[in-house]
Structure formats: structure tokens, C-alpha cells
Design a protein around this ligand. Structure first.
Ligand code: SF4
Length: 378
């Protein structure tokens, strides 16, 4: 998530609040953080005040000094800690807002961008409050981790809280699916009766040992059982495959396996790898120029598409994809970490292209080249 630094005064513990520029706000001020240019003292009743003023009067309430207020939008939700770090936990203009259910995980994937931690304070009370601060017009909220099912039945509390406060909002859960091998747990998810919920599950190979090696746990058959249980209860499922040196060769066989074994999944996403966290540590074993797996990717995508399934390509640059599969590419990188390179200057596809993870600035395909004429892939 986006983070900026401020000078914080009177911040003794984490403060969470929704951004407003309206200093005359009357109701529920304690849920809001007031932002303004040139405010010189903390306004009463607000959870905190954020200002660009160089001189401030300290009156005991939390106040933070920033360089400019342009980073903030009315309706964003931020957390300020005592070190003056401001984390944007919700951005009103983003399509990729998510709740981090837990940072713990029962897998240790070799390319995990966010390595799990072993212990933490229960995040559920904080998350339940956070949901009440999100804008009612939010199109979709992700529930992610770590592995969100490790919070057990609290996952269903989060779903119900979203249903209550954001009744029109879709939910997307990113889970390794292992916990859904427990049929009762899968049934509990179904019993939330959410009107628009998708559960996305990563699977990395059609060979159990390969998948297990990549996730660092012997869980292939549990994930497969989880997929069947979720299907049994008519849950909408997406499959996710991160493509790297250890997964690209069998993409066509894997796609065939998916078609034969999981014809019920609503989509299959082939994802270019983000090179941070464990992916960075293990880069020598993982990196392949995405251009060099085009042949296998194309075959897998077209195999699924020709058989009536819905393949997608996430995090990919259009200029390196074969033209006939460009239409499966999605704008999938969160705004705060999405960048373009100098090579993209003047490219006619820039508005449609996913661009790059900021962390892939150095590690990207050698074949990036601006496209001067707009080509379609139909
Ligand atoms: S040049 Fe840049 S913007 Fe254009 S298709 Fe390639 S990566 Fe995307």
C-alpha cells in the first residue's frame, strides 16, 4: 500500500481515520482525519489533523505535518503511527482495495512477494472497524493475506461486515484453498450468501510434487479437494498461476488438466511474477524473461479459450505478448505500485497496458518496445 512520511506530534498509538477536507464537519468527527493546507493547530473532535503549515501550535491533540496535501483524497482511509508513517489502507480512486486478514500463512511459496510472519495480534477487530470507514460506492474489496482462512470463522465475520456496511460491494478472496478441504468450512462460506463473491486460488502445476515444492508444503490434494468442495457449494472460483522458470514449461499440459478437472472455475489467470520478497531472494531459480515463455503461455491461453473457458493474463506488458492473446491481458497492477518505463514514452497502448510493478523496474523483459500503431487481437 502507498506510504508517506510526516512529522507526527501527540501520536502515541496507531490512529485510523477517513480523510476529509471539511473542517466544518459536524458528525462522527472521531472517525475522520482532517487534512488542510495551512491549518496551524489540531481541530477538536477529529481523530487527527494533517497540515502543510510550517509553524503549528501544539494543544495536545494528534497533528501531522506533511509537505503537500496532494497525496490525499476525500474518502481515503489512512493509518498514522507514532513514527509518522502514514499508510493508505484504502484509496477512494483505486480499484484494488483490500483488507489484510492476517500476515500468517501455511504455505511458503518460493516467489511470495510478501513473506509471511509467524505471530501477530489478531487483526479482525481493526478490520471490522476499517470496513465501516470505506466508501459505500466501493466496487470491490479484496480479502487477502497471508492466508485469510487462518483466521478461521472470523473470515465470515469480515464478509458479513462488508455485506452490512457495503451492501453493493463485490468481494474477492485470495486463498490457497487448503482450508476448504474441510467441507464444513466451505459450507460456512456458502452460507454467507454473498451476492458477488469470488475466491481466487493459486495452483502451480498439474503434478502434485511440483506444486508442493513451489508452495513449500504437501498440500496439493488438499487444495484440489478445496476446489471441489467450493464447487459443490456453488462458489465462484478463479485459478491463479504465477508464471516463472519453474512453471512455464508445462503451461499447455496444465491448462489441459484444468479443463478436464476443474471445468467449473469461472476464470484462469496467468500472472507475471512480482520480483520482491522471496521472489527476489530466489530470483536465480525463478527468473525467465516473460517474452521467452510466450509460446507456452499462448498455447495454454488459447487452449482454454477455444474450449469455452475464461483465461486472463495479469501483470503483462502488451508489447511483448503475441498479438492474438493481447486481448486476454488485464490492468491488474494496483495503482500505487504501477509504473511505466522510459521505453513506454509515446506508446499507443499505454492506456490499456498493465505496465510494470514498481519493484520490477530493474527486472523486466528485454523486449519492451513502444507500439506506434494500435493493433487489436481479434
Ligand atoms: S511500451 Fe510500455 S506501455 Fe507500451 S505496451 Fe510495452 S510496456 Fe506497455
Amino acid at each position: 500500500m502507498k506510504q508517506i512520511q510526516c512529522k507526527a506530534y501527540n501520536v502515541t498509538e496507531d490512529i485510523v481515520g477517513k480523510i476529509t477536507f471539511n473542517k466544518h464537519l459536524l458528525f462522527q468527527r472521531s472517525n475522520y482525519i482532517l487534512v488542510g493546507e495551512g491549518i496551524t493547530c489540531a481541530h477538536k473532535g477529529f481523530a487527527a489533523t494533517v497540515t502543510t503549515a510550517e509553524q503549528i501550535k501544539e494543544v495536545g491533540n494528534p497533528i501531522c505535518v506533511i509537505e503537500n496535501a496532494k497525496e490525499f483524497n476525500e474518502g481515503d482511509v489512512i493509518v498514522i503511527n507514532k513514527f509518522g508513517e502514514i499508510a493508505f489502507v484504502y484509496e477512494i480512486s483505486s480499484k484494488h482495495n483490500a483488507i489484510m486478514a492476517t500476515e500468517r500463512c501455511n504455505h511458503r511459496c518460493i516467489m511470495c512477494p510478501q513473506p509471511p510472519i509467524l505471530q501477530e495480534k489478531d487483526k479482525t477487530p481493526f478490520n471490522l472497524h476499517l470496513i465501516t470507514l470505506f466508501d459505500k460506492g466501493t466496487r470491490e474489496i479484496g480479502i487477502t493475506g497471508g492466508e485469510p482462512t487462518l483466521i478461521g470463522d472470523n473470515l465470515f465475520l469480515l464478509i458479513k461486515q462488508i455485506q452490512k456496511h457495503l451492501p453493493k460491494t463485490a468481494i474477492s478472496i485470495l486463498s490457497n484453498g487448503v482450508k476448504f478441504a474441510d467441507k464444513e468450512y466451505a459450507m460456512k462460506l456458502a452460507k454467507c450468501f454473498h451476492h458477488d463473491l469470488q475466491i481466487d486460488i493459486p495452483l502451480f502445476s498439474d503434478i502434485a510434487e511440483e506444486h508442493n515444492r513451489i508452495v513449500g508444503a504437501k498440500t496439493f490434494y488438499k487444495t484440489v479437494q478445496g476446489l471441489y468442495n467450493l464447487a459443490l457449494f456453488h462458489q465462484r472460483i478463479g485459478l491463479r498461476i504465477v508464471v516463472h522458470k519453474q512453471t512455464y514449461k508445462r503451461l499447455p499440459q496444465f491448462a489441459d488438466y484444468i479443463y478436464h478437472n476443474f471445468p467449473f472455475v469461472s476464470q484462469v489467470a496467468f500472472m507475471q511474477m512480482e520480483t520482491i520478497g522471496l521472489a527476489k531472494e530466489n530470483i536465480a531459480e525463478l527468473w525467465i524473461d516473460p517474452y521467452d515463455y510466450n509460446e507456452q503461455l499462448r498455447e495454454a491461453v488459447l487452449l482454454l479459450a477455444d474450449r469455452g473457458m475464461k483465461p486472463y493474463i495479469y501483470n503483462a506488458q502488451l508489447c511483448i505478448l503475441p498479438e492474438d492473446i493481447r486481448c486476454y491481458a488485464q490492468q491488474s497492477i494496483s495503482n500505487w505500485k504501477d509504473i511505466y518505463l522510459p521505453e513506454c514514452e509515446g506508446c499507443t497502448l499505454r492506456g490499456q497496458c498493465a505496465g510494470f510493478f514498481a519493484s520490477n523496474r530493474e527486472m523486466h523483459s528485454q523486449y519492451i518496445k513502444k507500439i506506434e500503431e494500435c493493433m487489436s487481437c481479434d
